[in-house]
Design a protein around this ligand. Structure first.
Ligand code: AMP
Length: 219
């Protein structure tokens, strides 16, 4: 198998397309560091930091956090990494993509690919409204497809599962609109650089991961 643990790539896709699930799977199987801007921001909100306090209301309503906050946060993060990584949820706007390009040049990291995971709107809504998370250990469950052993209780730590505020229908609608207006233009942006690979996100987690692996390694 071609070497995968030094790759740097972006997972692009609507909320609910499975970016986080794929990144966790690829992290476990390939040893790539998973960097999720959503997870970093949620930790900042929990910690009550200045960044978290600024980001909170945007996140809860499903809007994007202002570009400059995200760009500064990511520059700090990326320069600490010396092996391969998967960017999940960043960039999400053309301004972020341009800033990412500049920061990668500054820190001498090469972007290998941008993987676009495609899933239709009805399936996205089904996935997002059914998602439940454990606020204590961050485990993710689903009321249809990944039920916990005891309803409402985390299998891993016994915590009480909750629905994220932004997985409620009003916020989901806002998130899907933000995706279409602000993030979808990135598909064209990266297509023109020849780095874009599109995979069908509805074929099951291992099959999607295999498609990503094959696309990235050229096997
Ligand atoms: P996620 O878990 O990736 O869906 O992110 C949850 C929320 O965090 C999003 O709805 C945004 O409010 C915020 N967020 C995450 N990543 C970004 C980003 N790259 N740019 C702006 N906002 C972001």
């Amino acid at each position: 198998m071609a070497k995968t643990d030094t790759l740097h790539f972006i997972l692009l896709g609507a909320p609910g397309a499975g970016k986080g699930t794929q990144a966790a799977y690829l992290n476990e199987n390939w040893g790539l560091t998973h960097i999720s801007t959503g997870d970093i921001l949620r930790a900042e909100v929990r910690a009550g930091s200045a960044l978290g306090n600024e980001a909170k209301s945007y996140m809860e309503s499903g809007k994007l956090v202002p570009d400059q906050l995200i760009i500064d946060m990511m520059e700090e993060k990326l320069k600490t990494l010396d092996k391969g990584y998967i960017l999940d949820g960043f960039p999400r706007t053309v301004a972020q993509a341009e800033a990412l390009g500049e920061m990668l040049t500054r820190i001498n990291h090469k972007l290998d690919a941008v993987v676009n995971i495609e899933v239709g709107d009805d399936e996205l809504i089904r996935r997002l409204t059914g998602r439940r998370v454990c606020p204590k250990c961050n485990s993710v469950f689903h009321i249809y497809t990944m039920k916990p052993k005891v309803e409402g209780i985390c299998d891993n730590c016994g915590g009480e599962l909750i629905q994220r505020k932004d997985d409620q229908i009003d916020a989901i609608t806002t998130r899907l609109v933000a995706f279409k207006d602000q993030t979808q233009p990135l598909i064209e942006y990266y297509q023109s650089s020849g780095k874009l690979v599109t995979v069908d996100g509805t074929i099951g987690v291992p099959a999607v991961a295999e498609k990503i692996r094959a696309a990235l390694t050229g096997e």
